[in-house]
Ligand binder design. Structure first.
Ligand SMILES: *Cc1c(COP(=O)(O)O)cnc(C)c1O
Length: 388
Protein backbone atom coordinates (compact mmCIF):
# COMPACT_ATOMS: atom_id res chain seq x y z
CA UNK A 1 0.00 0.00 0.00
CA UNK A 2 1.25 3.48 -0.82
CA UNK A 3 2.44 5.52 2.14
CA UNK A 4 1.40 9.11 1.59
CA UNK A 5 3.45 11.82 3.26
CA UNK A 6 1.49 14.28 5.37
CA UNK A 7 1.24 17.90 4.31
CA UNK A 8 3.84 20.22 5.83
CA UNK A 9 1.32 21.66 8.25
CA UNK A 10 0.99 18.23 9.85
CA UNK A 11 4.63 17.27 9.52
CA UNK A 12 5.66 20.34 11.53
CA UNK A 13 3.18 19.72 14.34
CA UNK A 14 4.74 19.32 17.76
CA UNK A 15 4.08 15.85 19.17
CA UNK A 16 0.72 15.72 20.91
CA UNK A 17 1.51 16.34 24.55
CA UNK A 18 -0.52 13.53 25.99
CA UNK A 19 0.57 10.88 23.49
CA UNK A 20 4.02 10.47 25.06
CA UNK A 21 2.51 10.49 28.54
CA UNK A 22 -0.05 7.86 27.55
CA UNK A 23 2.71 5.62 26.26
CA UNK A 24 4.77 5.90 29.44
CA UNK A 25 1.63 5.40 31.49
CA UNK A 26 0.74 2.19 29.63
CA UNK A 27 4.23 0.81 30.31
CA UNK A 28 3.92 1.49 34.04
CA UNK A 29 0.41 0.07 34.13
CA UNK A 30 1.64 -3.12 32.46
CA UNK A 31 3.83 -3.66 35.52
CA UNK A 32 0.65 -3.86 37.59
CA UNK A 33 1.03 -0.44 39.22
CA UNK A 34 -2.14 1.31 40.44
CA UNK A 35 -2.15 4.41 38.26
CA UNK A 36 -3.61 7.70 39.51
CA UNK A 37 -4.06 9.99 36.54
CA UNK A 38 -3.97 13.69 37.33
CA UNK A 39 -3.06 14.38 33.74
CA UNK A 40 -6.02 15.46 31.66
CA UNK A 41 -8.58 18.05 32.75
CA UNK A 42 -11.70 16.08 31.93
CA UNK A 43 -14.36 16.32 34.68
CA UNK A 44 -14.91 12.92 36.33
CA UNK A 45 -18.39 13.70 37.60
CA UNK A 46 -21.35 12.70 35.41
CA UNK A 47 -23.57 15.11 33.49
CA UNK A 48 -26.62 15.95 35.68
CA UNK A 49 -29.64 13.73 34.97
CA UNK A 50 -31.97 16.56 34.01
CA UNK A 51 -29.69 17.37 31.07
CA UNK A 52 -29.67 13.74 29.96
CA UNK A 53 -33.49 13.71 30.21
CA UNK A 54 -33.66 16.83 28.06
CA UNK A 55 -31.50 15.13 25.43
CA UNK A 56 -33.72 12.06 25.54
CA UNK A 57 -36.86 14.09 24.89
CA UNK A 58 -35.20 16.22 22.22
CA UNK A 59 -33.78 13.18 20.43
CA UNK A 60 -37.33 11.89 19.86
CA UNK A 61 -38.35 14.93 17.81
CA UNK A 62 -38.10 14.29 14.07
CA UNK A 63 -37.28 17.98 13.45
CA UNK A 64 -34.04 17.39 15.34
CA UNK A 65 -33.06 14.55 13.01
CA UNK A 66 -32.43 16.93 10.14
CA UNK A 67 -29.50 19.24 9.45
CA UNK A 68 -29.27 21.94 12.08
CA UNK A 69 -28.78 25.58 11.16
CA UNK A 70 -25.05 26.27 10.82
CA UNK A 71 -25.14 29.22 13.22
CA UNK A 72 -27.08 27.19 15.77
CA UNK A 73 -30.71 27.13 16.89
CA UNK A 74 -32.04 30.56 17.76
CA UNK A 75 -33.41 29.08 21.01
CA UNK A 76 -29.93 27.93 22.04
CA UNK A 77 -28.40 31.27 21.14
CA UNK A 78 -31.14 32.98 23.18
CA UNK A 79 -30.37 30.73 26.15
CA UNK A 80 -26.69 31.68 25.85
CA UNK A 81 -27.58 35.38 25.74
CA UNK A 82 -29.80 35.00 28.78
CA UNK A 83 -27.11 33.10 30.70
CA UNK A 84 -24.51 35.76 29.85
CA UNK A 85 -26.93 38.42 31.03
CA UNK A 86 -27.57 36.71 34.36
CA UNK A 87 -24.04 35.54 35.01
CA UNK A 88 -21.96 38.45 33.71
CA UNK A 89 -24.43 41.29 33.16
CA UNK A 90 -23.39 41.19 29.50
CA UNK A 91 -25.96 41.95 26.82
CA UNK A 92 -25.72 39.85 23.68
CA UNK A 93 -27.91 39.90 20.59
CA UNK A 94 -28.75 36.24 19.91
CA UNK A 95 -29.17 37.05 16.19
CA UNK A 96 -25.61 38.08 15.45
CA UNK A 97 -23.47 38.04 18.57
CA UNK A 98 -23.81 34.36 19.48
CA UNK A 99 -22.78 31.28 17.52
CA UNK A 100 -23.28 27.65 18.54
CA UNK A 101 -20.11 25.55 18.44
CA UNK A 102 -19.43 21.83 18.43
CA UNK A 103 -17.39 22.40 21.58
CA UNK A 104 -15.28 25.52 21.98
CA UNK A 105 -12.16 23.75 20.71
CA UNK A 106 -13.82 23.51 17.33
CA UNK A 107 -14.51 27.24 17.26
CA UNK A 108 -11.04 28.21 18.47
CA UNK A 109 -9.44 25.95 15.86
CA UNK A 110 -11.53 27.40 13.03
CA UNK A 111 -11.36 31.05 14.05
CA UNK A 112 -7.91 31.90 12.59
CA UNK A 113 -9.02 30.58 9.19
CA UNK A 114 -11.49 33.45 9.08
CA UNK A 115 -9.07 36.26 9.98
CA UNK A 116 -5.46 35.18 9.41
CA UNK A 117 -3.85 35.55 6.00
CA UNK A 118 -0.63 33.69 5.27
CA UNK A 119 2.22 35.41 7.12
CA UNK A 120 -0.05 37.33 9.51
CA UNK A 121 1.06 37.49 13.11
CA UNK A 122 -0.83 36.21 16.15
CA UNK A 123 0.22 36.70 19.77
CA UNK A 124 -0.25 33.64 21.95
CA UNK A 125 0.19 33.82 25.71
CA UNK A 126 2.09 30.75 26.83
CA UNK A 127 2.17 28.20 28.53
CA UNK A 128 -1.10 27.57 26.77
CA UNK A 129 -3.80 25.28 25.48
CA UNK A 130 -1.98 24.12 22.32
CA UNK A 131 -4.94 24.68 20.00
CA UNK A 132 -4.26 28.44 19.76
CA UNK A 133 -0.85 28.31 18.09
CA UNK A 134 -1.61 25.22 16.04
CA UNK A 135 -4.76 26.81 14.64
CA UNK A 136 -2.79 29.91 13.65
CA UNK A 137 -0.18 27.73 11.96
CA UNK A 138 -2.86 25.77 10.12
CA UNK A 139 -4.13 29.08 8.75
CA UNK A 140 -0.62 29.97 7.55
CA UNK A 141 -0.02 32.57 10.24
CA UNK A 142 3.02 33.21 12.40
CA UNK A 143 2.97 32.96 16.17
CA UNK A 144 4.77 35.19 18.63
CA UNK A 145 4.62 33.65 22.08
CA UNK A 146 4.08 35.99 25.01
CA UNK A 147 5.42 34.46 28.23
CA UNK A 148 3.28 34.06 31.33
CA UNK A 149 5.57 34.13 34.35
CA UNK A 150 5.24 33.62 38.07
CA UNK A 151 6.74 37.08 38.62
CA UNK A 152 3.84 38.66 36.69
CA UNK A 153 1.13 36.44 38.24
CA UNK A 154 0.94 34.49 34.98
CA UNK A 155 -0.57 37.48 33.19
CA UNK A 156 1.10 38.69 30.00
CA UNK A 157 3.20 41.82 30.39
CA UNK A 158 1.43 43.85 27.72
CA UNK A 159 4.10 46.57 27.80
CA UNK A 160 6.83 44.04 27.06
CA UNK A 161 5.25 43.22 23.69
CA UNK A 162 7.01 45.43 21.14
CA UNK A 163 5.16 48.23 19.41
CA UNK A 164 5.96 46.55 16.11
CA UNK A 165 4.35 43.30 17.24
CA UNK A 166 1.25 45.10 18.47
CA UNK A 167 0.98 46.87 15.12
CA UNK A 168 1.52 43.69 13.13
CA UNK A 169 -0.58 41.31 15.21
CA UNK A 170 -3.99 40.38 13.88
CA UNK A 171 -5.04 38.76 17.14
CA UNK A 172 -3.99 37.92 20.67
CA UNK A 173 -5.07 34.76 22.50
CA UNK A 174 -5.75 34.97 26.22
CA UNK A 175 -7.30 32.44 28.59
CA UNK A 176 -8.48 33.10 32.15
CA UNK A 177 -9.04 31.24 34.42
CA UNK A 178 -5.94 29.81 32.79
CA UNK A 179 -5.12 26.33 31.68
CA UNK A 180 -2.47 25.23 32.70
CA UNK A 181 -1.36 27.84 35.30
CA UNK A 182 -4.75 28.20 37.07
CA UNK A 183 -4.17 31.97 37.16
CA UNK A 184 -7.10 34.38 37.07
CA UNK A 185 -7.23 37.80 35.46
CA UNK A 186 -8.03 41.10 37.12
CA UNK A 187 -10.44 43.73 35.77
CA UNK A 188 -7.43 46.06 35.38
CA UNK A 189 -5.76 43.53 33.10
CA UNK A 190 -8.81 43.23 30.86
CA UNK A 191 -9.22 47.01 30.69
CA UNK A 192 -5.61 47.52 29.69
CA UNK A 193 -5.77 44.70 27.15
CA UNK A 194 -8.91 46.14 25.57
CA UNK A 195 -7.37 49.62 25.39
CA UNK A 196 -4.20 48.29 23.73
CA UNK A 197 -6.17 46.13 21.30
CA UNK A 198 -8.38 49.07 20.30
CA UNK A 199 -5.37 51.30 19.74
CA UNK A 200 -3.68 48.74 17.53
CA UNK A 201 -6.71 47.16 15.90
CA UNK A 202 -5.92 43.73 17.33
CA UNK A 203 -8.57 41.05 17.79
CA UNK A 204 -8.78 39.64 21.32
CA UNK A 205 -9.61 35.95 21.43
CA UNK A 206 -10.62 35.22 25.00
CA UNK A 207 -10.99 31.59 26.01
CA UNK A 208 -13.33 31.57 29.01
CA UNK A 209 -13.89 27.82 29.41
CA UNK A 210 -13.27 27.85 33.18
CA UNK A 211 -15.17 30.92 34.41
CA UNK A 212 -17.58 28.77 36.44
CA UNK A 213 -14.94 26.70 38.22
CA UNK A 214 -14.19 29.27 40.95
CA UNK A 215 -13.88 28.55 44.63
CA UNK A 216 -15.05 31.69 46.44
CA UNK A 217 -17.80 34.15 45.56
CA UNK A 218 -15.43 37.12 45.76
CA UNK A 219 -13.18 35.52 43.15
CA UNK A 220 -15.89 35.04 40.51
CA UNK A 221 -14.07 35.29 37.15
CA UNK A 222 -15.14 37.88 34.59
CA UNK A 223 -16.14 37.68 30.98
CA UNK A 224 -14.02 40.10 28.96
CA UNK A 225 -17.29 41.42 27.55
CA UNK A 226 -18.11 42.96 30.92
CA UNK A 227 -15.65 45.74 30.13
CA UNK A 228 -16.31 48.84 28.09
CA UNK A 229 -15.21 48.65 24.49
CA UNK A 230 -14.63 44.88 24.56
CA UNK A 231 -17.24 44.25 21.91
CA UNK A 232 -15.27 46.45 19.52
CA UNK A 233 -12.39 43.99 19.46
CA UNK A 234 -13.17 40.74 21.27
CA UNK A 235 -14.61 37.33 20.64
CA UNK A 236 -15.05 35.07 23.64
CA UNK A 237 -15.17 31.31 23.51
CA UNK A 238 -17.15 29.49 26.16
CA UNK A 239 -18.29 25.98 26.64
CA UNK A 240 -20.71 23.75 28.50
CA UNK A 241 -17.96 21.12 28.80
CA UNK A 242 -16.32 22.05 32.07
CA UNK A 243 -19.25 23.93 33.60
CA UNK A 244 -21.80 21.12 33.36
CA UNK A 245 -19.53 18.05 33.06
CA UNK A 246 -20.39 17.76 29.37
CA UNK A 247 -17.04 17.30 27.64
CA UNK A 248 -18.33 14.35 25.62
CA UNK A 249 -21.38 16.19 24.33
CA UNK A 250 -19.49 18.72 22.19
CA UNK A 251 -21.38 21.93 22.75
CA UNK A 252 -20.03 25.44 23.21
CA UNK A 253 -20.43 28.99 22.00
CA UNK A 254 -18.62 31.99 20.55
CA UNK A 255 -19.91 35.41 21.57
CA UNK A 256 -18.94 39.01 21.08
CA UNK A 257 -18.10 41.31 18.18
CA UNK A 258 -20.64 40.58 15.41
CA UNK A 259 -18.12 40.66 12.54
CA UNK A 260 -15.84 38.22 14.37
CA UNK A 261 -18.76 35.93 15.12
CA UNK A 262 -19.91 36.19 11.53
CA UNK A 263 -16.45 35.39 10.13
CA UNK A 264 -16.26 32.23 12.20
CA UNK A 265 -19.79 31.36 11.10
CA UNK A 266 -18.71 31.61 7.49
CA UNK A 267 -15.92 29.09 8.04
CA UNK A 268 -18.26 26.74 9.84
CA UNK A 269 -20.86 27.05 7.12
CA UNK A 270 -18.29 25.55 4.78
CA UNK A 271 -16.82 22.96 7.11
CA UNK A 272 -19.46 21.46 9.39
CA UNK A 273 -23.19 21.49 9.47
CA UNK A 274 -23.78 22.56 13.03
CA UNK A 275 -24.33 20.88 16.37
CA UNK A 276 -26.98 18.14 16.76
CA UNK A 277 -30.12 20.05 17.74
CA UNK A 278 -31.00 17.58 20.48
CA UNK A 279 -27.67 18.41 22.11
CA UNK A 280 -28.45 22.11 21.73
CA UNK A 281 -31.80 21.53 23.44
CA UNK A 282 -30.04 19.72 26.27
CA UNK A 283 -27.66 22.70 26.38
CA UNK A 284 -30.63 25.05 26.79
CA UNK A 285 -31.73 22.98 29.80
CA UNK A 286 -28.21 23.12 31.25
CA UNK A 287 -27.88 26.90 30.81
CA UNK A 288 -31.34 27.70 32.12
CA UNK A 289 -31.59 25.23 35.02
CA UNK A 290 -28.03 24.12 35.77
CA UNK A 291 -26.80 26.87 38.07
CA UNK A 292 -27.55 25.05 41.39
CA UNK A 293 -25.75 21.95 40.14
CA UNK A 294 -22.67 23.96 39.22
CA UNK A 295 -22.60 25.34 42.77
CA UNK A 296 -22.34 21.72 43.97
CA UNK A 297 -19.51 20.93 41.54
CA UNK A 298 -17.65 23.99 42.76
CA UNK A 299 -17.86 22.75 46.35
CA UNK A 300 -16.37 19.43 45.32
CA UNK A 301 -13.53 21.05 43.36
CA UNK A 302 -12.87 23.35 46.27
CA UNK A 303 -12.51 20.41 48.68
CA UNK A 304 -10.17 18.77 46.22
CA UNK A 305 -8.14 21.93 45.79
CA UNK A 306 -7.86 22.27 49.56
CA UNK A 307 -6.74 18.70 50.04
CA UNK A 308 -4.14 18.87 47.25
CA UNK A 309 -2.77 22.24 48.36
CA UNK A 310 -2.57 21.11 51.99
CA UNK A 311 -0.79 17.93 50.97
CA UNK A 312 1.64 19.81 48.69
CA UNK A 313 2.44 22.31 51.44
CA UNK A 314 3.09 19.51 53.88
CA UNK A 315 5.70 17.98 51.61
CA UNK A 316 7.22 21.33 50.68
CA UNK A 317 6.18 21.52 47.03
CA UNK A 318 5.76 25.19 46.13
CA UNK A 319 2.52 26.23 44.49
CA UNK A 320 -0.08 28.98 44.49
CA UNK A 321 -3.52 28.20 45.86
CA UNK A 322 -5.69 28.65 42.78
CA UNK A 323 -8.83 30.78 42.90
CA UNK A 324 -10.39 29.03 39.90
CA UNK A 325 -9.97 26.36 37.19
CA UNK A 326 -9.62 22.63 37.85
CA UNK A 327 -5.83 22.69 38.12
CA UNK A 328 -3.03 23.25 40.57
CA UNK A 329 0.19 24.55 39.03
CA UNK A 330 3.16 23.59 41.17
CA UNK A 331 6.94 23.97 41.05
CA UNK A 332 9.09 20.92 40.48
CA UNK A 333 11.63 20.36 43.27
CA UNK A 334 15.06 22.00 43.00
CA UNK A 335 17.47 20.34 40.66
CA UNK A 336 14.82 18.70 38.47
CA UNK A 337 13.25 19.65 35.19
CA UNK A 338 9.56 19.34 34.41
CA UNK A 339 10.22 16.28 32.28
CA UNK A 340 12.64 14.55 34.64
CA UNK A 341 10.34 15.12 37.61
CA UNK A 342 7.12 13.99 35.90
CA UNK A 343 8.84 10.93 34.44
CA UNK A 344 10.26 9.99 37.83
CA UNK A 345 6.87 10.50 39.52
CA UNK A 346 5.15 8.29 36.99
CA UNK A 347 7.73 5.53 37.01
CA UNK A 348 8.21 5.36 40.77
CA UNK A 349 4.70 6.14 42.01
CA UNK A 350 2.22 5.51 39.20
CA UNK A 351 0.96 9.10 39.46
CA UNK A 352 0.46 10.94 36.19
CA UNK A 353 1.04 14.70 36.32
CA UNK A 354 1.68 16.91 33.31
CA UNK A 355 5.09 18.54 32.74
CA UNK A 356 4.68 22.30 32.49
CA UNK A 357 7.04 22.67 29.54
CA UNK A 358 4.61 20.58 27.49
CA UNK A 359 2.41 23.70 27.34
CA UNK A 360 5.24 25.93 26.17
CA UNK A 361 8.79 26.83 27.18
CA UNK A 362 7.88 29.22 30.04
CA UNK A 363 6.13 26.26 31.70
CA UNK A 364 9.54 24.72 32.40
CA UNK A 365 10.06 24.17 36.12
CA UNK A 366 6.37 23.52 36.78
CA UNK A 367 3.92 20.64 36.66
CA UNK A 368 0.14 20.58 36.46
CA UNK A 369 -2.19 18.58 38.65
CA UNK A 370 -5.80 18.13 37.53
CA UNK A 371 -8.48 18.15 40.21
CA UNK A 372 -10.62 15.74 38.23
CA UNK A 373 -10.32 12.78 40.60
CA UNK A 374 -11.80 12.34 44.11
CA UNK A 375 -10.03 13.85 47.16
CA UNK A 376 -8.86 10.55 48.65
CA UNK A 377 -7.05 9.69 45.43
CA UNK A 378 -5.56 13.17 45.22
CA UNK A 379 -4.20 12.84 48.75
CA UNK A 380 -2.91 9.38 47.99
CA UNK A 381 -1.17 10.77 44.90
CA UNK A 382 0.57 13.54 46.83
CA UNK A 383 1.64 11.18 49.60
CA UNK A 384 3.15 8.85 47.02
CA UNK A 385 5.03 11.81 45.52
CA UNK A 386 6.21 12.79 49.01
CA UNK A 387 7.65 9.29 49.52
CA UNK A 388 9.80 9.54 46.35
C1 LIG B 1 -11.19 22.09 27.79
C2 LIG B 1 -10.76 23.37 27.21
C3 LIG B 1 -11.39 23.92 26.09
C4 LIG B 1 -12.32 23.20 25.15
O1 LIG B 1 -13.41 22.65 25.61
P1 LIG B 1 -14.53 22.11 24.62
O2 LIG B 1 -14.87 20.79 25.22
O3 LIG B 1 -14.00 21.97 23.24
O4 LIG B 1 -15.60 23.12 24.70
C5 LIG B 1 -11.01 25.16 25.64
N1 LIG B 1 -10.04 25.83 26.23
C6 LIG B 1 -9.38 25.34 27.30
C7 LIG B 1 -8.30 26.15 27.90
C8 LIG B 1 -9.71 24.09 27.80
O5 LIG B 1 -9.01 23.60 28.82
Amino acid sequence: MADFPFADRLATLPPYLFAAIDKAKAAVKARGVDIISLGIGDPDMPTPDFIIEALHEAAKKPANHQYPSYIGMLSFREAVAEWYGKRFGVELAPQNEVLTLIGSKEGIAHFPIAFINPGDLALVCTPNYPVYNIAVNFAGGQVEFVPLTDANDFLPDLDAISEESWQRAKMIFVNYPNNPTAATATPEFYKKLIARARETNTIIVNDAAYTEMYFDEQDKPCSILEFEGAKDVAIEFHSLSKTFNMTGWRIGMAVGNPSLVQGLGKVKENVDSGAFQAVQEAGIAALSKGTPYVAEFRKIYRERRDSVCAALSKVGIEHRVPKASVFVWAKVPQGKTSTSFCTEVLEKTGVVVTPGNGFGAPGEGFFRISLTVPSDRLEEAVSRIAAL
